[in-house]
Design a protein. Structure first.
Length: 344
């Protein structure tokens, strides 16, 4: 966000436009989206995926200071549909199931008495290895002053890359990901990851011991409902095969079976993995008992928003606090609406 844009938002708030926007959008539901909390320098690496614990705590403080009602997701959706939503109500959602969520987010939410929904991709919950794609991309980023010859990592790979170049890092990550996807199990992917870290001269044991890129355990997840965090569906393998009915059903049902070992359910709220979805799959989702599904499409939700296409604000470490306030007040959503209606 540019300095000029930040100054403009401060001026808008000072002129009372945030307060006006909150009144104008009072009947709409705000759904916030978070992912992981940084346990090291992950927020510098991927600030859209990992947030500093201090930033997350500040967001919750601002919700509390602003008097925003924070509701459980299911109750918020039901009250939105029935016209009984408290003014400017908020639902907090968290994706994936990173260890930092249990370690840092859960206590922060409990400290405010705020409920939340955690959408869990249960494959890594069960496997307890590092999430390959993220951990590999981090290694390439961390060693970005170096070069890497992928053949030194695995003889099925090739290519020499200057990691200072973001494009070359991305290509190296793509080749690693393709090989990893072809491997038979999480354990063989973990071995590939360890070789990558060794070739780059990085301390893989430190990353693993700190659980920087691993999910919480099933036992840790099972403790969350008692702290006000419900567990819901994010697919088992973090994928949404919209054009393969059998595969999609397996993703949902495998996810439910794994979640049922941690909590009582019902498991009826879905978050699309990586925000990828297709309206063609909506009838099947309804048949599978999915009551709601959240996207990464920005904006506020009205009673007419499709329940399988709910909008969320994907918060980020890169957002200044004034941007967060502009979003949660509804000011930026109103601006987006005005721009969309403006003549070409």
């Amino acid at each position: 966000m540019t300095g000029l844009a930040t100054l403009a938002l401060h001026a808008a708030r000072a002129c009372g436009l945030f307060a006006l926007a909150r009144r104008l959008t009072a009947s709409r539901l705000r759904i916030l989206c978070y992912h992981g909390i940084a346990l090291g320098d992950e927020a510098e690496f991927q600030p859209m995926l990992f947030m500093r614990a201090e930033t997350f705590a500040d967001r919750l403080d601002r919700l509390a200071a602003g008097g925003y009602p924070v509701l459980p997701l299911g109750a918020a959706i039901e009250r939105l549909r029935s016209g009984r939503l408290p003014p400017a109500a908020v639902a907090v959602t968290i994706d994936d199931g990173w260890y930092g969520t249990a370690l840092r987010m859960a206590p922060a939410l409990a400290g405010h008495g705020f409920p939340a929904t955690l959408y869990v991709a249960t494959y890594y919950l069960e496997k307890q290895t590092q999430v390959f794609n993220v951990a590999a991309a981090y290694a390439l980023w961390k060693a970005r002053s170096s070069r890497v010859d992928l053949a030194a990592v695995d003889d099925r790979l090739e290519g020499d890359f200057a990691l200072v170049d973001a494009g070359q890092r991305a290509e190296a990550a793509r080749r690693l990901r393709e090989l990893a996807d072809a491997l038979p199990c999480a354990e063989t992917r973990q071995a590939l990851l360890a070789r990558l870290y060794a070739v780059l001269g990085l301390d893989f044991e430190s990353v693993r011991n700190r659980r920087m890129f691993s999910f919480m355990t099933s036992e840790e997840a099972a403790e969350l409902p008692s702290k006000g965090i419900e567990l819901q569906i994010h697919t088992h393998r973090h994928r949404f095969p919209a054009d393969d009915a059998a595969a999609l059903a397996a993703e949902i049902e495998d996810n439910r079976r794994a979640l049922s070992r941690c909590a009582a359910g019902p498991f009826e709220h879905l978050c699309y993995p990586s925000g990828e979805y297709s309206r063609r799959a909506f009838p099947q989702l309804e048949a599978l008992g999915i009551a709601s599904a959240t996207t990464t499409n920005p904006g506020l939700n009205t009673p007419s928003t499709p329940r399988l296409e709910l909008r969320r604000f994907l918060d980020s470490e890169t957002w200044p606090a004034i941007r967060f306030e502009a979003e949660i007040s509804g000011f930026l959503d109103l601006l987006r609406g005005l721009r969309s209606r403006a003549p070409g």
